[in-house]
Design a protein around this ligand. Structure first.
Ligand code: C2O
Ligand code: CU
Length: 463
């Protein structure tokens, strides 16, 4: 299936709803914990004309409520599981205490139905982050279990109404505009590009209007919460510049001509100051430009503040002279990817892997093992050279650390950005480096969640 405006937009959407910036709809317990409850709920993903979809939601909201704290503060969340299956919450992109990382089966036991778990951690870096379920993520996240986590700088640089969070989610809807649940976990999807949908929502709303004012600098925080969909965006088309990726702000705004990719789990912060009133479409550039939201610009009354960027977060700089250098070779999957697996193992082995639902590997090994892929001494620089020997793009996430993307296909990059999730195209090599300064057990996995479930997931240890 492809996002196809003809098949979906032939019934014109009656009214364009406004994507209200999600509020802090969080109750505080007496001990100061915000309550976050996972439970069954419903939403109309395809506007008023579509049916109601059965979803799994945090605090009955889609996306989950925006959790907003100041840099250096604590996030204290009492998580209550009202679903019928175990779950946990991962705080994506936060350089977090390992025990709070929320990986069911690695850093904590999954929270059983009816049970609760207290998350209590400090957020060291300002920026745009998100949280999502981390048990059977391939099933739990694309049913609705994710939300934004925004860490504010000490100084407020954009007025609240000009600081806009947009959670972008890809859904697979049936002809009635209702979430197709029967196809969750389809091996065919996992074996190919992952579960792709045919409809996008922004903050849970179909084709919303987002209010802006002329002459005012806006910060737009984009979060791709999709299970597998890479979104190709063209900020230049609506006059925006990029100021941050994966939560880490640049020292200067960056003009980007052409398309920028926003892969699953990645974030991109934009700044823009519309000069005219009217409508600016936010589009996906895969194939024909596909509008999935509209900025509605009205006349501003009053102040015209200059653009001031937030300070850059201080992250430990990798020491490339003295680094633990390791390969990360990706193999498997459809369209020829299995062939390379047969080089090291018998056909029987491959068949039994397939029967176990494992058909992707890192360095020849499918899925989570008892032993870590590598161990690093605390403070040691790790350089990973990933080589994508598959026929699909992947979005690789490292838990607990941000890394610099150094080079692609052997070419040193002009901007060696800090990221927590990097993309890699088929046949591409990508070199990343980070300081393993956070003790504990950390995942490395593809954030195309079906790929992670079928082999593209491993872990490393920092001691
Ligand atoms: Cu955003 Cu292991 O996840
Ligand atoms: Cu992948």
């Amino acid at each position: 299936m492809k996002l196809d405006r003809r098949s979906f937009l032939k019934t014109t959407l009656a009214s364009c709803a406004t994507a209200a910036v999600p509020q802090l709809a969080l109750a505080k317990s007496s001990e100061g914990f915000l309550e976050l409850k996972a439970a069954y709920g419903k939403a109309h993903l395809y506007g008023d004309k579509g049916g109601a979809s059965d979803l799994w939601l945090y605090n009955d909201r889609l996306p989950g409520p925006e959790i907003r704290v100041k840099q250096g503060e604590k996030v204290r969340v009492r998580f209550i599981n009202e679903l019928d299956e175990p779950t946990s919450i991962h705080w994506h992109g936060i350089r977090i205490d390992n025990t709070m990382d929320g990986v069911a089966g690695l850093t904590q036991p999954a929270v059983k139905p009816g049970d609760s778990f207290d998350y209590d951690f400090v957020v060291p870096d300002a920026g745009t982050y998100w949280y999502h379920a981390h048990n059977m993520s391939w099933n739990q996240v694309p049913r609705g279990l994710s939300g934004p986590l925004i860490v504010d700088e000490h100084k407020q640089l954009f007025p609240p109404e000009a600081d806009i969070t947009l959670v972008l989610s890809d859904w697979r809807l049936d002809e009635d505009g209702v979430l197709d649940t029967a196809s969750f976990g389809a091996m065919h999807d996992f074996f190919h590009a992952g579960r792709l949908g045919n409809w996008l929502t922004v903050n849970g709303v179909s084709l919303p209007d987002i209010t802006m004012r002329t002459g005012v600098w806006h910060r737009v925080r984009l979060i791709n919460a999709s299970a597998s969909r890479i979104l190709d965006l063209a900020p230049e088309r609506f006059g925006a510049r990029v100021i941050a990726l994966d939560g880490q702000v640049f020292s200067d705004p960056r003009e980007v001509s052409g398309v920028v990719r926003l892969a699953p789990a990645q974030r991109m912060d934009l700044v823009m100051r519309p000069t005219k009133t009217g409508t600016l479409p936010l589009e996906m550039m895969t194939g024909q430009p596909f509008t999935f939201a509209n900025f509605q610009v009205t006349e501003a009354q009053g102040s015209d503040l200059p653009l001031t960027l937030p300070p850059v977060n201080r992250l430990p700089e990798p020491d490339l002279e003295d680094a633990l250098e390791l390969p990360l070779v990706m193999q498997g999957g459809a369209m020829g990817g299995m062939r390379s697996l047969l080089e090291d193992r018998s056909e029987e082995d491959v068949r039994s892997m397939m029967q176990d639902g494992q058909f992707w590997t890192f360095n020849g090994i499918p899925g989570m093992q008892d032993q870590p892929m590598f161990s690093a001494r605390r403070g040691e620089t790790v350089v990973l050279e990933s080589r994508n020997d598959t026929s699909f793009a992947h979005a690789m996430h490292v838990h607990g650390h941000h890394f610099r993307v150094l080079a692609r296909d052997g070419e040193t990059l002009e901007h060696q950005d800090w990221r927590d999730t990097f993309t890699t195209d088929p046949r591409e090599t990508v070199k990343i480096a980070f300081v393993a300064d956070n003790p504990g057990k950390w995942l490395i996995h593809c954030h195309m969640l079906g790929h992670a479930a079928s082999g593209m997931m491993t872990w490393f240890e920092v001691s």
